[in-house]
Design a protein around this ligand. Structure first.
Ligand SMILES: Nc1ncnc2c1ncn2[C@@H]1O[C@H](COP(=O)(O)OP(=O)(O)O)[C@@H](O)[C@H]1O
Ligand SMILES: NC(=O)c1ccc[n+]([C@@H]2O[C@H](COP(=O)(O)O)[C@@H](O)[C@H]2O)c1
Length: 195
């Protein structure tokens, strides 16, 4: 059995934190981070506002990400081996892929692959605060959050809702452990009910 789980949602919502806890707790679990598919800086468009448009789907090499997901789908065992994931002997042939990222549900070719789509949210103030304490490979210029990051988040979220994409909403201000236990239990349930 193979299941693909999406850990999506707002920047700094706690996606990486939750994904790392799940990876340690789930058997035969591989992870793909969307952040690893950002295009090089010189390929990121500059908007009329003067900001590099990092938070648009076009800034990510989604074909490459899809190719990586397909590699896992075609052979989760080989994928685990080549990515240093220890496979548990004696467990049923169950394999789990966690996809983690801020724009997981806006790229059509991936949309139907998920068994479960989680979506972490934060209120504006909390998100802005967490973002201000974070450092990215390319630091945020002043004004990027209000001028680009938050408006793009709202735009993609609105589109996802308009398209009727089914997600399990998670409030990213809840304690880490609580979020982890909820999602872990939920993934086990979907494994039990998987056709
Ligand atoms: N449930 C939580 N409550 C409070 N802070 C959290 C929680 N989850 C993560 N954080 C903190 O928020 C920041 C962003 O977390 P991270 O997991 O890197 O988010 P993302 O991958 O969504 O950008 C980090 O400083 C992290 O320690
Ligand atoms: N990883 C990078 O190369 C890079 C560069 C510039 C901005 N970012 C930011 O990364 C964010 C997405 O990642 P998180 O969901 O982990 O915050 C986007 O909001 C984007 O502005 C990432």
């Amino acid at each position: 059995m193979k299941i693909v789980v999406g850990i999506g949602g707002v920047t700094n919502g706690g996606k990486t934190t939750l994904t790392n806890s799940l990876r340690k707790a789930l058997p035969n679990c591989c992870v793909i981070h969307q952040d690893d598919f950002f295009k090089p800086q010189d390929q990121i468009a500059v908007g009329e506002d003067g900001f590099k448009q990092w938070d648009m789907l076009e800034s990510l090499d989604m074909e490459a990400m899809l190719g990586t997901v397909q590699a896992w789908l075609s052979s989760p065992r080989k994928f685990a081996r080549t990515h240093g994931v220890h496979l548990q002997p004696g467990t049923p042939d169950t394999h789990i892929l966690l996809l983690e990222g801020f724009l997981l549900y806006s790229y059509r070719p991936l949309l139907d692959l998920y068994s479960r789509r989680y979506f972490l949210t934060l209120p504006y103030e909390e998100c802005k605060w967490r973002r201000s304490t974070r450092s990215y490979p390319v630091p945020d210029p002043p004004g990027l959050f209000d001028g680009h990051v938050w408006p793009m988040y709202q735009k993609y979220k609105r589109e996802m809702e308009a398209d009727g994409v089914e997600v399990v909403q998670l409030d990213g201000t809840r304690p880490r452990e609580e979020l982890f236990l909820q999602v872990l239990g939920d993934i086990y349930n979907s494994l039990l009910n998987h056709p």
